[in-house]
Ligand binder design. Structure first.
Ligand SMILES: [Zn+2]
Length: 104
């Protein structure tokens, strides 16, 4: 039996990931010195998601209402992970030369 065929796993949501995407959008809009190519952005997303505690819930039960202190802790964790990821990928991008300089 395949779980993904029998059950609607689309209803499983990682709230941490949702918050990561929201925060990344805001941060990347304000950050010009980070390479915005697909490789670097995907690297940054992967890095951040790997360093943030997942927080799964099912949307079948309606929106989750985690405790406020838990949300706060998660947001700090995400901010730190994004900052560390930007530092790391800027220092060691997967591509050789900076694509950003090329585009200028
Ligand atoms: Zn890049």
């Amino acid at each position: 039996m395949k779980i993904s065929e029998r059950y609607n796993i689309e209803n499983l949501k990682n709230r941490s990931a949702e918050t990561v995407f929201n925060k990344l959008e805001t941060i990347l809009e304000k950050t010009d010195d980070f390479c915005h190519c697909e490789e670097c952005i995907l690297d940054l997303i992967a890095y951040t998601l790997n360093h943030v505690t997942p927080f799964y819930g099912t949307s079948l039960l309606g929106p989750l209402h985690p405790r406020k202190d838990k949300v706060k802790k998660l947001e700090i964790e995400i901010d730190l992970a994004i900052k560390a990821g930007i530092k790391k990928i800027t220092k060691h991008p997967h591509h050789e030369e900076s694509k950003q300089t090329e585009a200028v």
